[in-house]
Each structure stands twice: as C-alpha cells, then as structure tokens.
Design a protein around this ligand. Sequence first.
Ligand SMILES: [Zn+2]
Length: 235
Amino acid sequence: MWAALRGRLGAALGVGAGARAAPLPRGCVAPARAAPSCWSCGGPVPGPAPDGPRFCPAPACGALQPPEPRADFFRLMGCARAFGLDVSRLRRRFRSLQRALHPDYFTRRPQAERDLSQQHSALVNAAYQTLLRPLSRGLYLLELRGVTLAEGTDDDTDVEFLAEIMDISERLADPEDEASLQELESLIAAKQEQLIADVNQAFERDDLQEAKKLLAKMKYFANLEDKVKSKKIPS
Ligand SMILES: [Zn+2]
C-alpha cells in the first residue's frame, strides 16, 4: 500500500521516488561522492537532489528522507530565482507539496518519519511565506547573494523619505475619520506598488545596492500597513 502511495506522492511532486541519475557518457569518470544512504534501511538513495521531498527507492522501505540542509526556497517551490515571481505557480506548488506531505499519508509510518514529514512541512511553509510577500522575497534574494539589510538603516535613507513616513505615521495615529484612514491605506498601497516595480527593475539590472535601499523603504511602508490593519480591527 505504501509503495502505491509513494508513487502517487512522487507523481504529485513531479519527482520519481526512484529517479536515477542519467548515465555518464563513455570516458567520463563518475564523481567520487557516494550516494547518500537511507536513514531507515541503510540502502543507497541515488540520483540528483530532487526539488522536493526525497523518498528511499527500496520498494520494501520507501521512507521519506530528511530535508536538504540548506534548501533553496525558489528551487523547492519550483520557481525561477527572480523577484518577479509567478505567484499562481507558487500557490499551485505549495498546495501540491502540502497534499504530498499531509499527515494522513504518514499515520502508519514510524514516529521518526512522521517527524521528518513535519520538518518538510515546516520548510515548505517557510518557503511559501517567504516567497509570497514581495518584501521578504526581496530580502531573501539579497541574502542568497550575501547582502543583508542591517537593523537601523536610517543612515542610508534620505531625510525627505523619513519625513514622509513620519507624516503618514502621525496622520495614521489620529485619523480624522474612516474616510481619511481609507485614503491613507490607498496611499500606502500605491507607494508599495511603485516600490515593488522599482525593486523588480533593480533586480533585473542586478543592482543589489539599489534593491537593498528600496527594500529598506518597503519595510517602512510594511510597518505602516500593519498600523492600518490594527486600526481597522477594533480592539
Ligand atoms: Zn530505505
């Protein structure tokens, strides 16, 4: 029964559980790295690292293997590594991984494997959340390139911009009425939209420093968005 399920999982994920590496052309020397072995049966788990969860190919075992130590979220979610991301593709891949890692599939499996499926699920959730929002997606892209956004980046941000943020923030703290709150909300949304377009262009030009500057600005507006949300929910 498990073998059949595993086949379905493999199909859902687009990775054959027992996928093998293509044979090397004549005259090529196989890399010296041994295939990783299965934590459950000790058998080899050959083939290139799949984009999604990997299963032991031994029919009698089929155990889910641990997640890749430094999984690339873009690869895991089957998306090209770029800021301009196909969100509907991301959503489809997320749902398919969620289905494949559903606890129902693992109820009859050992506790160790149930734990692994939860680790995979947590990773998939983190990847989805990170890539879904433009701000975290941009920051993650920078991180992959070794650029981090330091805390307290005010030094890099121009005075005019900070004055604008302060002004909106003050108006948000004490909005005259519902209409003015709505007006501020649309203003912030428009600013974010423009920033998203600018960040996209910066990444397309491979101008990481510009992308970093713009993402720092996006962070300010994201904070303002949170403020608007908290205003709208009566406490
Ligand atoms: Zn195994």
